[in-house]
Design a binder for this molecule. Structure first.
Ligand code: AMP
Length: 249
């Protein structure tokens, strides 16, 4: 089995997001960037399947500017085998990402694609679903457990009010939820080894897909500043405040 894991470089989840001065996007200059957390979980799952003898190769792909190579190398240090960097200086929307992934799946003869359930920058939660539709493959989104059996995959998903278990034939698409696993820290020897692994670079214009934007961002705003809380002495005072000051009862 050959597994493809798409990893996106996003603003690190610990960074406090700021809107840029043009109010057109969030500020990414001089901001720490990292692998999308759900993609780390996807890499970990793929590497575990390889370590368990269920997969032969884990191919990492990232679409973005030259910084994406660092993200691919992070995935190598976790156990990814080789990488593909599709160069696009501009933002690539989920539909274009899905089309690129489809072309790689077909070229590389991939059996399983494990993506994050969403990228924490655009929060789209679309790419995996679009890819499955374009390939006409079965999909299991928000996976919290993945097991390989003779028929394909058994995937447990967290849904409202419980767990759902799906049985899927390979080839298929899986997207990861937070509880699927805990990604490993890369060891120093593996970080060193990651430097020697191969990354093939291709400009997005060479893929032969329409990647023109479908969405227009009108403006980006900071959330309204929350006013501070206040303590009341007892329930009577609370009721009076809600009645007279807030006016909700
Ligand atoms: P989204 O649909 O944008 O929320 O992203 C869902 C998942 O698609 C991410 O967790 C990644 O696995 C993958 N993905 C989205 N954009 C990219 C990108 N530019 N490069 C690589 N993978 C991506």
């Amino acid at each position: 089995m050959k597994i493809l894991v798409p990893v996106k470089r996003v603003i690190d989840y610990n960074v406090k997001i700021r809107v840029n001065s043009e109010r057109s996007a969030v500020e990414t200059n001089n901001v720490k960037m990292s692998m999308n957390p759900f993609d780390e979980i996807a890499v970990e799952e793929a590497v575990r399947l390889k370590e368990a003898g269920k997969a032969e190769e884990v191919i990492i792909v990232s679409i973005g500017d030259k910084g994406s190579q660092e993200t691919i190398r992070t995935a190598f240090a976790m156990g990814g085998d080789r990488g593909i960097h599709i160069i696009n200086e501009a933002n690539t929307e989920p539909l274009a990402v899905a089309k690129i992934l489809k072309s790689i799946v077909e070229k590389e003869d991939i059996n399983l694609v494990i993506l994050g359930k969403q990228a924490i920058d655009d929060d789209s939660n679309q790419t995996g679903q679009m890819l499955a539709a374009l390939l006409n493959w079965p999909q299991a989104t928000f996976a919290s457990k993945v097991e390989v059996n003779t028929d394909g995959l058994k995937v447990t998903r967290e849904i409202d009010g419980g767990l759902e278990t799906l049985s899927l034939a390979l080839p298929c698409v899986v997207t990861t939820d937070l509880r699927l696993n805990e990604p490993r820290y890369a060891s120093l020897p593996n970080i060193m080894k990651a430097k020697r692994k191969e990354i093939i670079e291709t400009p997005i214009s060479d893929i032969g897909i329409d990647f023109s934007p479908r969405l227009e961002i009108l403006k980006v705003e900071e959330p309204a500043v929350r006013s501070g809380g206040r303590k009341v002495a007892d329930v009577d005072e609370l009721i009076n405040v809600l009645k007279d000051e807030v006016g909700i009862i």
